[in-house]
Write a protein that binds this ligand. Structure first.
Ligand SMILES: Cc1cc2nc3c(=O)[nH]c(=O)nc-3n(C[C@H](O)[C@H](O)[C@H](O)COP(=O)(O)O)c2cc1C
Length: 263
């Protein structure tokens, strides 16, 4: 099992990195207990060459390979593709994720049009001083769900200015274990193959959108959806899955109704 942690704090060994490290340690421990090989790698966005999105839309219209910004964005994307699970971690800055994470999400926005992560499990970690992390969780989660991820856990950690490791363990040891366990069991038990009602509904809305667009013009996004077989009327998700048929039906009805208002 391979885990990638995408960390957006610029502070070395800060709250966010410390908490992610504890989750990784618990994950590795669980893997060893089950006799499974596992590895974790941290990617620090602040140390990576990720330029600011210029909003040119080339990634949408022609494909991400044609992005005029030459940097490490697609190398990181490739690492995610090779991973089984991803930890997305950001500090709260002024009630939301920090700018480094937001820019990275913006640069990855082509995945909203062409989801590529449906087999992958994600967990979200947000650290704050003492305030609310709800907005930050929402920002990351809505991006990940649109990109196709199975989000198995989310953790909010009120960590003050800087929390010592033993304090983190005593206050948050249990929450950390729960997140590591959800990450581990989601990958181990292939939970991504049991999409939630919301994920099935998101798929339906996206499908309706590209079915409509393709009638007017065959865009790069439409070809992607068509080549994947996702525009077929019988297709209900990005990957073969085992969801309850009633849940699928209801999610598709809900998605169709929502798309009437948005498309
Ligand atoms: C510029 C800036 C803005 C912040 N804004 C908030 C905030 O709105 N609410 C909050 O609870 N904490 C806020 N904090 C505190 C951090 O979210 C918190 O200390 C976090 O755990 C830092 O993570 P790090 O050590 O990984 O960088 C802010 C910190 C900075 C530097």
């Amino acid at each position: 099992m391979r885990i990638i942690s995408i960390i957006s704090s610029a502070r070395k060994n800060g709250n966010t990195e410390r908490i992610v490290k504890h989750i990784e340690e618990d994950f590795l421990y669980m893997s060893i207990e089950k006799g499974l090989k596992a590895e974790c790698e941290q990617i620090h966005l602040a140390d990576s060459d990720i330029k600011l999105c210029r909003g040119c839309r080339v990634c949408f219209d022609k494909g991400e390979d044609f992005c005029p910004l030459k940097d490490t964005l697609l190398n990181i994307r490739d690492k995610i593709i090779q991973a089984d699970g991803v930890i997305f971690a950001s500090p709260v800055y002024v009630e939301d994720i920090n700018g480094i994470m937001k820019n990275w999400i913006d640069r990855m926005a082509f995945n909203c049009h062409r989801p590529a992560f449906a087999h992958k499990t994600a967990v979200i970690v947000v650290t704050s001083g003492g305030g609310s992390s709800n907005h930050s969780i929402k920002t990351i989660k809505s991006a990940l769900l649109t990109w196709g991820f199975h989000v198995s856990a989310q953790g909010k950690f009120r960590a003050g200015a800087l929390m010592e490791n033993d304090q983190i363990k005593s206050r948050y040891g249990n929450d950390i274990k729960v997140i590591a366990n959800k990450l581990f069991s989601s990958i181990h038990d292939h939970r991504a193959e049991y999409p939630s009602f919301y994920s099935l509904m998101v798929f339906k809305v996206q499908q309706k959108c590209w079915q409509k667009v393709i009638k007017e013009q065959n865009t790069f996004d439409c070809s992607y959806w068509e080549n994947k077989g996702w525009l077929e009327k019988t297709c209900s998700y990005y990957i073969p899955h085992n969801s309850n048929p009633i849940k699928i039906k209801l999610a598709r009805i809900a998605g169709s109704i929502i798309s009437i208002f948005f498309l």
